[in-house]
Design a protein around this ligand. Structure first.
Ligand code: SF4
Length: 489
């Protein structure tokens, strides 16, 4: 049974008292996870109010307020979080409080677009939810590890409530330190977790927010408005895999396909934010690629390791990454979406859906791993955005689009898969100029071991193999069949 407490004046004072006691009990700096949602706002406001009552000399430990930005957050939320973090920073300086704000973002090579468009990862689903780890957990954990390296230990202050996430509450109680309100972080050593609102009910959170003014000058009624008319579930700072999925939430990513429909975005559009509509269309395009009957249209039949495997008990290949052609379509559609959104956004909103650094990384991946000799990214960017980025000019070992076309012709004449030759040449190119070409033969061997035949040939062999197996089985079942035939002849 979930234990909650009613939020009367006494229990609120007890909360403040507890926060102060925990803060003063050691030298570990605090890291407050702030998503902008109601639970983390309530937590930060409680901590802020509690620490304000301490004399200045006792506010000696830094309190970092970190907010994770997946770089695919809904633009309205980005605006809200950015302005809130700015207010928090300014108010902390004015009021002499030890709060410092920090936005944490994924590394470029781990970002949503680099994985989806660059590597061809399929849009995330319940079964393959590759995004949370890369976009949320790793950036937050990197920040915590840096603080651990600096201070030895840290306390993470989270807006986790037992009534909101039973699994998360259970993890916290499993890692609980005896006689303390802290628990150990489930994966990071030297990091501890403290949740001042663990026993709050949803009503307690709203009551607190509406009865107590935001100390950094926000209007908490805006938060109520953001949650209204939408299934605005919480999307807390995700610290490990037990944190619930944040799709279907105002505070989730706009590209989220883990949920079937993005009701939150639909609600925003219904409430007059028409300029977000292209985002919903793009998100729906991603969702469409998940339909079982359409996967073959968008995805390779080979997996990323170059081999073909089959769904158990069927002759259907396990779909691999998005094809390079479809990745190009996605990039074009994304840039079109960016153009529409930037054109129709309210004044002052300079939404950027994909960063230049991500475009550079996608180009590198297409060139290095996906055989894009035509160097398509600069062309697509020029065609859609009418500008050139500061593209890295590769040395003269790079192949061009013309080389690709010539290779295609030669391979077609000799009936050799072009992609196989492209891969072999790319292995050679990567080793070009190296003094020690150690490993190049292993890499060439790996390329040859991959599946280079077309799907029909692979399937025909599979069915053939099964027919032979059936024949062998039949023979085993009737060991005297030949003899019998002889007798009857
Ligand atoms: S909101 Fe959706 S896309 Fe974003 S990290 Fe969470 S599950 Fe992934």
């Amino acid at each position: 049974m979930i234990e909650t407490q009613s939020l009367d004046g006494d229990s609120l004072q007890a909360r403040y008292e507890e926060i102060r006691e925990v803060y003063l009990s050691d030298n570990k700096p605090w890291v407050v996870g702030f998503s902008g949602g109601k639970d983390s706002t309530c937590t930060l406001q409680l901590v802020w109010t509690a620490l304000s009552a301490l004399p200045p000399e006792k506010r000696y430990k830094p309190v970092y307020v970190i907010s994770s930005d997946t770089l695919v957050e809904t633009p309205i939320i980005v605006r809200y979080i950015d302005s809130t973090l700015e207010r928090i920073s300014n108010a902390a300086i004015e009021q002499g409080l030890p709060f410092e704000t920090k936005k944490v973002v994924p590394n470029v090579d781990r970002s949503f677009w680099v994985n989806l468009i660059g590597r061809g990862y399929p849009a995330p689903s319940r079964r393959f939810r590759w995004c949370t780890e890369r976009l949320k957990i790793e950036p937050a954990n990197d920040f915590i590890k840096e603080r651990v390296a600096e201070f030895g230990e840290v306390v993470m202050v989270l807006g986790v409530r037992s009534s909101e996430s039973a699994s998360r509450a259970q993890v916290m109680s499993t890692h609980k330190i005896k006689g303390s309100v802290l628990s150990r972080h489930s994966t990071l050593s030297n990091a501890f977790v403290y949740s001042p609102i663990h026993a709050f009910s949803t009503d307690d959170v709203w009551t607190y927010l509406l009865q107590n003014q935001s100390p950094w000058g926000n209007d908490n009624r805006d938060l109520v408005a953001m949650y209204r008319n939408a299934q605005a579930g919480e999307c807390p700072l995700v610290v490990d895999k037990t944190t619930p999925s944040c799709g279907n939430s105002r505070f989730g990513c706009w590209v989220c396909t883990v949920v079937e429909r993005d009701r939150s975005m639909e609600a925003m559009i219904d409430s007059g934010e028409d300029w977000l509509e292209p985002l919903l269309d793009f998100r729906d395009l991603l969702a469409e690629t998940q339909a079982p009957e359409k996967k073959r249209l968008y995805r390779e039949f080979r997996r990323r390791n170059g081999h073909v495997s089959f769904i158990t008990g069927t002759d259907t290949p396990v779909p691999g990454p998005y094809t390079l052609d479809f990745c190009k379509t996605l990039l074009e559609r994304l840039l079109d979406t960016q153009i529409s959104v930037q054109r129709d956004a309210p004044p002052g909103d300079d939404t950027l859906l994909i960063q230049d650094a991500e475009l550079h990384e996608i180009r590198r991946l297409w060139r290095a791993e996906r055989g894009d000799w035509a160097d398509s990214v600069p062309q697509i960017v020029r065609e859609k955005l009418g500008r050139d980025l500061n593209w890295i000019i590769e040395d003269n070992v790079a192949f061009s689009g013309d080389d690709g076309r010539l290779l295609n012709e030669v391979c077609a004449q000799r009936n050799i898969p072009t992609e196989l030759v492209v891969r072999l040449l790319d292995v050679e190119r990567a080793a070009h100029g190296l003094k020690r070409r150690h490993g190049v033969h292993t890499k060439i061997e790996e390329v040859f071991r991959q599946e280079w035949r077309d799907l029909d040939t692979v399937l025909a062999e599979r069915l053939d193999g099964r027919a032979n197996d059936d024949f062998a089985l039949a023979e085993a079942d009737f060991p005297d069949a030949d003899d019998e035939d002889e007798v009857t002849q």
